[in-house]
Design a protein around this ligand. Sequence first.
Ligand code: NDP
Ligand code: OXD
Length: 316
Amino acid sequence: MRTDPITLLLDVPPGWTGRWAEPLRALLPDATVLVNGQDDYAPDRIDYVATFRPRPGFLKTLASVKIVFSLGAGVDGIVSDPDYPRHIPLVRFVDHTLARDLAQYVVMQVLIHHRAQRAFDAAQSRREWRQHPQFVPAEERRVGILGLGEIGTLTAERLRDLDFPVTGWSRTRKAVTGVASLAGMNELPEFLTGCDVLVCLLPLTNDTRGILNAKTFAQLPEGAFVINAARGGHLIEEDLIAAIDSGHLSGAALDVFQTEPLPQSSPLWTHPKITVTPHVAAITDPVAAAASIAAGIAAHRRGDVLENVVDLSRGY
Ligand code: NDP
Ligand code: OXD
């Protein structure tokens, strides 16, 4: 076990500092925790760095860094840096609180769609008492989840427990009780034709960028609903609007966008069949993140195998 002093650099947007630094200092009492943009430091004296969307080229300047910790589950904002030092392990944030919160978001959007809640909201605004019948029972509303990883699997299980038939699509085949599994590009068409609700929980990589496009939407059944809680780069926004306006899709719930914050000029803000939330489906809990970083540093110092290391060749 190494006992030499360590320095951790926290690289978060200005204003977030206290929330993130305090739990790290509490859990790593022997470490020096510095904040980028606030504390002075020598770049070659940093042992570990915790970040989410670093400035391109920044990580390369930390010549002695031993592990890069991602403060989010998705690492696209880190691996997209062409200068990312590829010999340094990148550990991403994997935690039940994050999967639980994202699963809640998806379940909420599926239920709002399934129970036609927006129509009842509109009726309430008109003081109108109208009992829409529940046409489709849950057993007949098929939900398909793109990405059956840490978050997709828990989401699939929660929806399965509400009696929705659930199918997951991933790179490799999965065995999740009560959830059907399709895998790889060859099985994508079969997957899409069976989705009354399509949920995207994929990482953003070269293989998945733009996967929610006109061709994909055309393969969904008439009236399908789309939920994107992964990354804005998965969705061709114009194709979604066209598929909804043509009547082929019934609507969408979007948490992530090509440009964030979503520009004022975006037609998504006011589209009557689209729900917009500001990238809040699951927000990393700083205390859980600090615990995970402290555990990663301890494992590294013991010489143990690190968990949740990103495969840089796959990009997730
Ligand atoms: P994981 O890495 O655990 O899971 C990713 C899943 O996607 C795996 O099942 C993987 O397949 C599958 N996958 C990856 N590439 C492909 C491909 N080319 N074809 C088919 N399947 C593929 O990620 P998490 O579940 O932890 O997170 C998923 C994403 O959720 C994050 O990357 C992030 O973008 C997003 N997110 C969004 C948040 C929000 O607030 N909106 C919050 C947190 C995360 P296999 O298992 O076979 O490798
Ligand atoms: C994440 C996110 O990837 O917050 O964790 O989007």
